[in-house]
Structures are given as structure tokens and as C-alpha cells.
Design a protein. Sequence first.
Length: 498
Amino acid sequence: MLKLTAAAAGVFTLAPVTFAHADGPAADGRGEESRTVSGRLRPGAPDYVYLPVEVPRGVHELAVSYTYDRPDVPQGTPGNTLDIGVFDERGTELGGRGFRGWSGGARTEFAISAEQATPGYLAGPVGPGTWHVVLGPYTVAPQGLAYEVKVTLRYGPTGTTPRPVYPPQHAKGRGRAWYRGDNHLHSVYSDGKRTPAEIAAAARAAGLDWITTTEHNTTSAHGAWEGLWGDDLLILTGEEVTTRNGHVVALGTDPGVFVDWRYRARDHSFGRFARVVHRAGGLVVPAHPHATCVGCSWKYGYAEADAMEVWNGPYTPDDEVAIAQWDSMLVASAREGGRWLPAMGNSDAHREPQVVGLPQTVVLADGLSRTALLAGIRAGRSWIAESSSVHLTFEAVTGQGAHAGIGDRLPAAPDAEVTVRLDVSGAPSGATASFVTDQGRLYSTPVPADGKISWRTTPSYAAYVRAEVRHPANGGGSGNDLPGAMAALTNPIFLGRE
């Protein structure tokens, strides 16, 4: 029978699992024991169901496997999806130290010992006390969700836990330049299918200078990149914090820092964990804010955000909506003279044929280092490209020679003439370039052969200007054409005095 606990909203705890050798292992100190628990969850189940496991002394390895049913459901109705993870004897307190791993729905079994752990989980001693297997009923069919969990304890001497080897924080010999990165990637350490080695190879093939590892709700991949970085490829650590009310990339956090995900917007906990990200030196970047998957749409607002992922993977209508929302936020910032939120693009690649580096964020940084790259992103000195084949420069100048680039402000009188210049190469055939302002899209033209486009305006007419390069429109010139897919998008240049 389920009972509500006071640990967090939307959490239930089952009766504990106990083992025969509650006071320690068998006489020879070895062997194993298993227990199986089954149950059924109804629609409207809590977000997390905890199964306490009483672990005695002398356990070398804890192993868990589980199954659940998948009945047929009517079209348009979610079926059963049950995630899984585990917390150790240090407890399940929100933001506490007990986290030992999460695989979501990507695996049906995992094991943890001092020496090693299944990808998604953290190696370390299996200490005595109450562990908790956590079940996450992501969606429940109308018929309910029947599950079975098998817990196995293997007894024996405790081994030695390897010291993790984390990637360096900077690459040598790389000065001020524009650097290309993909900051939302998944490997076999969560629900991806690529190994870290395969991702690193794909990043180099895509012409990237840096990547960020961002597994769902786990830091277990932070130490999985040994031998894969170099002065040509910086690897940052992070996490995709995957809540029931949206996903957020904790970008460039200190290696090994875990950010909890067990809350919704109504719990008023997001600000607390945004601060965890900032204390760990990272950026808070809401991911795919208008994605249509269950729990993917962003519900926490943007007060704590440092940037916004407006383009996620191959360009879709979701991205078009995200860019429109972001642009509206730019208008508000220009009107009020307040902080503005830079845009980013990432691939969110999980497996073949998803392309690492589609899209990629191109950042002006003082060096290829975590500190410099994150500073460039936070300042908005960046633009987004569909591939490393696309290059551009974007600037605004006055008649007196004042100059501003992407993410900057050009001080000028309201009626001063400002020339905006875009120089693009590698654009797709038939591409169109546009200048977008707080009034909307004020100038569009086919990209000329030399890629050079200019436009004149004033700060009173355009509070900011940003550039878009798009593929040809869909619809064949019918007059009802949908906008073409994005090939490149810049952050704005603001015009006028503060």
C-alpha cells in the first residue's frame, strides 16, 4: 500500500524491502540475495514513487532490474512510461547528497559497486542503511501501469572506487576568436546511443571547437571523456535538468556537481536550483521551450535564465515559436532598457542519424576556455549556424565611425544614420537574408553572390537589429509561403544611447 511522505510534493513511498542477512552477509562473506516487488499505479500517480531497500553490511554490489506493462491505448492517449533511478543511504532529500544515478526510461537494469557502475550511475561503496529505488511514472495509460522491480544484493569485499578524470577547463594556444560549440548532447550515459568517443569524433567532423556533455538528470558522464579532449576540442561538463515542467541545460557547471530535477513550477523550487548552477560556475539555459513532448514545454519563466535555446536540432515550427517569443522579449528589453536574454542553438543529438553540430552556437571569446566561452554566451556575443559551412559577420556603424558588433550597443542620437552590414558565406542556394527589428522584419533580400548586404536606419526607427539567413520559403511562391528553415541567426545589435 502506498503512503504519502513529507519529502516533497508528488512523492509516495512503498513498504521497505528487507533481506534475510539483515545483520550482515552469510558466513563466507559472499553470495547474493534477491527480492521482487510488484504493484500497480493508476492514472494521476505521483511524479515519484520510492521503494526503500534496507541494505545490510558487507554488500559489494546492488543490482536492480524492472519491467512494466504497455497496454494498447487509444490514438492520442499516452501509454505507459516508467523511469528509474536510485538514492543511497544518505537519503532522498531534495538537493541532498544521496543521488547515485538515473537512467530514466533508457535502461531496464543497472548495477552499482565501488569499482564501477552502469552508465548513468555513480560508482562508490554500497554502504549499509536505507537506499531508495525511485520510480518515475512519466505517463500512465488509462488501464494503469503494472510494474515489477527486482533488487539483488551481492555480498563481498568492498573494492576501490576509481578517481574520476575530468576534462580540462581550457585549451592551450587559443586566443581571441569566434569558437563553434554544441552545448546539448546525449550519450549512452543517459538516453543517447553514441559513446563519448563517437560524439567527440562527430564534433571534430562537424568543425566544432567545443562541446558540453548534458545527460538527463545525471553527472555520471563527467568523468567519461578521458583521452578524448585536446587543444582542438574543449569538453565542458553540465546536465540537462529534466523536470515535469520543462528541461534546462546547466551549461558548463563544475565537474561532478549534480542539479536536482524533482520539482514542478508550482513547488517554487526552480530558483533554488538555478542558484546551484550559478554557484557551480554554469549558465542556466532553458531548452527547447516550446517542444511538444510531455513535460518538455518550459513553465518556469526566464528571470533566472542566462540564455535561451531557441533552435534545437533540425529546424521545426517549435523553433519558429521559440524565436518569436525570444524576439518579443527583446522588444520588452529595448523598451525598458533592462537585461536581455541571448539566444543559443544546440543539436540535442542522441543517436544516428541526428547530426552533432546541427545547429551550433558561434561565440566570440578571449580564448578556448570555459570562463571565456560562458562569458561570451552570457554577453550575447554569439550567433547560431546550421553547420560550420556557414560564416558571417554582422555590424552596425555610424557616419562618424562608431562601430558595434553582435551583442553590443551602438551609441547614437535618435535621428543619426546607422548602416547595418551583413557579410555571409556558405549560405544555402536560394537563401534570403533579413534584418529584424523591434518593429519586425524591415528588410529582406536574396543573398547576393558576394554575400554582402547593407541597410540604413536610425535608432528611432530600429531599437535593435538582428540578422536571419533562411533557406527558400516553403510553398512555391503561392503567397501563403511558410518561412524557410533557418540557416543562421544572430543575436541583436542595440542602437541608441542607454
